[in-house]
Ligand binder design. Structure first.
Ligand code: ADE
Ligand code: ZN
Length: 336
């Protein structure tokens, strides 16, 4: 069976690795800057887009944090999330697990509740209006200290019932998982599900450390696991999901070209690979654009698309009842 664009469009999609601040499109960034009387260091949307020419993770993060400065009010955070949810609706994304970075906002004086209420209200509306289920995952910024992470965990306490998990993102190399051992232990004690970025630019050892020192249940990215055959075997055996982000990896030069991406090889080796957009406004598109680019470059089979989707459903933090619904939607499209 050939894989058509229409099949890829129709597939029910589950996104497990998406930073809400990374869905800030240049047009919205300019609109929010105007609304909040902020001057951006770019003359136009086009000039900003020209700057999205990254050499590595850090060169992206510098612009990503700068862009987030336009987010000031609860309404700004709501509008940001609602724009993403509208994309999800268009692309048949049915369930999302969303990263947010409180420290990016609290460190510039935006109260935690302003950011959180805006995001949460949007995802509630998305659930009721579009039927898109969601979970929220708070990420610690790893270039900051463990004490700062523990402060953020404390600030999150009043909102704990609405936050499913804790993650770890930002500059990877030089900020190993070990640095956040205590913060992750505290998060686990409070009942959070745990994930961490590891093996995006960092070595395979960071993946081992995220698993063994932080006790995470999923690895975000993880593509550098191929450096260590023993780790590969461990990931297969333990069925630890990897939330892989192909467009991101190409844009940040983790792989030079999509044709060289190891997603298909990892899938064929039996790893629980899932496909995600990471920062869609910065990396050339949302879930569907990732699907189409992967298909063009790597020519997956229909069964492999089923497997990627099934892996994502299995890897979610949602209820078993919701997983059953998602599988029913998948079965329906596979049978068409
Ligand atoms: N924050 C947003 N996107 C990220 C990525 N790809 N890696 C690490 N931190 C991030
Ligand atoms: Zn990420």
């Amino acid at each position: 069976m050939t894989v058509t664009t229409s099949f890829l469009k129709q597939l029910p999609k589950v996104e497990l690795h998406m930073h809400i601040e990374g869905s800030l499109e240049p047009e919205l960034m300019f609109a929010l800057a105007q609304r909040n009387n902020i001057t951006l260091p770019y003359d136009s949307v086009d000039a900003l887009k020209q700057a999205y020419n990254f050499s590595n993770l850090q060169s992206f993060l510098d612009l990503y944090y700068q862009g987030a400065n336009v987010l000031q009010t609860e309404q700004d955070f709501f509008d940001l999330a609602m724009a993403y949810l509208k994309k999800c609706q268009q692309q048949h994304v049915q369930h999302v697990e969303i990263f947010f970075d409180p420290q990016t906002h609290t460190d510039r004086g935006i109260p935690f509740e302003v950011m959180f209420n805006g995001l949460h209200n949007a995802f509630e509306q998305g659930k009721h209006e579009f039927g898109i289920s969601y979970e929220l995952i708070l990420c610690f910024l790893r270039h900051l200290s463990e004490d700062a992470a523990l402060t953020t965990l404390e600030q999150a306490k009043p909102f704990k019932d609405r936050i499913t998990g804790i993650g770890l993102d930002s500059s990877e190399v030089g900020h190993p998982p070990e640095k956040f051992k205590n913060a992750f232990a505290a998060a686990k004690a409070q009942g959070y599900r745990l994930v961490a970025h590891a093996g995006e630019e960092g070595p395979a050892q960071y993946i081992w450390d995220a698993l063994n020192l932080l006790n995470v249940e999923r690895i975000d990215h993880g593509v550098n696991c191929t450096q260590d055959p023993e780790l590969m075997a461990h990931l297969v055996e333990t069925k630890i999901p990897l939330t892989v982000c192909p467009n991101s990896n190409v844009r940040l030069k983790v792989f030079e070209k999509m044709e060289q991406h190891n997603l298909k090889a990892l899938l064929e080796r039996g790893l629980k690979v899932t496909l995600n957009s990471d920062d869609p406004a910065y990396f050339g598109g949302y879930m569907l654009e990732n699907y189409l680019n992967v298909q063009n470059a790597l020519d997956l089979t229909k069964e492999q698309w089923w497997q990627l989707t099934a892996n994502a459903i299995d890897a979610t933090f949602t209820s078993n009842a919701r997983k059953v619904e998602l599988y029913q939607q998948l079965d329906k499209v596979m049978a068409e």
